[in-house]
Design a protein around this ligand. Structure first.
Ligand SMILES: [Zn+2]
Ligand SMILES: [Zn+2]
Length: 315
């Protein structure tokens, strides 16, 4: 089978063995996959990963239990032990022995086939297209913001970093009825957000310390200091960014102004599917380009363009 491999360099291998499924696993044939910023970070050497990339996908079950056979599915990316204290406490996303599809010690979805435990899979309703389903993983991550912090319609919530993930987070936050402001620099992003009825602003036009919640999704080190400047006393910063370097910020403010910092990672797939099924989140305008999988290297180059939205791989 074909697979996009990173092992210090990026290459498309066309002679990989099809993975074997056993026990509670299912063999998935990938239909479509999406390139995430994490994939770009892996290729930049950030997590010391070696293997097949990719964790955003929609697939068809070709081997597995009869209830799943032939079904379109999406898959949760944490492959967990089920034994450790976190697993026992029903927090599998923090399993002490976890592997992560295409990110940590587990092959990814930029390949013709992938094996996953059946408990990781969610059947995609007929109403949800492949183009929508490929956004379930990042949309679930966006929904995790609302799992980590209580947001009321009275709150002002600022999102900084309106890339692929930020655009989903802004839409999710709008559903809470809060006063959502998206900090944007690019015209394309601003227009899309305004179409969805979401306010946009330039960072320098926002008054400091006026937001109850700031969601930091910039992915660059300056983002944290900017978030700290925008959040009001006793407010919350939800941290979605993973940084390459170490952010510089005045941490004393966190103590003195009693700021809460909430980290946020993967989220609920079932809720993400439901939002897509009900048409509550718009993904179509987030698709920047699509490439046949044979042109995966070109697709990765495209995804690296600053400000690029979602680049899809068609299998
Ligand atoms: Zn991702
Ligand atoms: Zn575990």
């Amino acid at each position: 089978m074909r697979g996009l491999i990173f092992d210090g360099q990026l290459r498309l291998d066309t002679s990989l063995p099809i993975p074997q499924y056993q026990g509670d696993g299912a063999l998935l044939k990938i239909r479509q996959a999406g390139i995430c910023n994490t994939d770009l970070e892996l290729v930049a050497g950030m997590y010391n990963f070696s293997g097949i990339l990719g964790h955003e996908f929609v697939a068809e079950v070709v081997e597995g239990s009869p209830t799943l056979m032939g079904k379109r599915v999406v898959g949760e990316i944490s492959v967990v032990c089920g034994q450790c204290d976190f697993c026992q406490r029903s927090i599998p996303s923090q399993c002490r022995n976890r592997m992560t599809v295409g990110i940590r010690r587990y092959p990814g979805a930029f390949a013709d086939y992938l094996v996953l435990p059946q408990r990781n899979l969610h059947i995609v309703p007929d109403m949800v297209s492949d183009d929508q389903a490929v956004f379930v993983e990042p949309l679930a991550a966006a929904l995790q913001v609302t799992e980590g912090v209580h947001i009321s319609p009275r709150d002002r919530v600022i999102v900084i970093g309106l890339g692929k993930l930020g655009m989903l987070i802004a839409q999710v936050l709008k559903l809470t009825g809060a006063d959502v402001i998206a900090v944007v620099r690019r015209e394309q992003q601003a227009r899309l957000l305004q179409n969805w009825g979401i306010q946009t602003a330039a960072l320098e036009d926002l008054e400091p310390q006026r937001a109850q919640v700031v969601v930091e999704v910039t992915g660059n080190e300056d983002g944290f200091a900017a978030a700290l400047n925008l959040v009001e006393s006793r407010g919350t910063i939800v941290l979605k960014s993973t940084y390459n370097g170490l952010p510089q910020a005045d941490l004393t403010q966190i103590a003195v102004r009693e700021i809460r910092i909430v980290g946020s990672r993967c989220g609920p797939f079932d809720a993400a599917l439901r939002l897509l099924e009900r048409g509550l989140v718009d993904t179509q305008p987030l698709i920047e380009a699509r490439y046949p999988f044979d042109e995966a290297l070109l697709a990765m180059e495209h995804a690296q363009i600053k400000g690029a939205l979602k680049v899809l791989l068609d299998f």
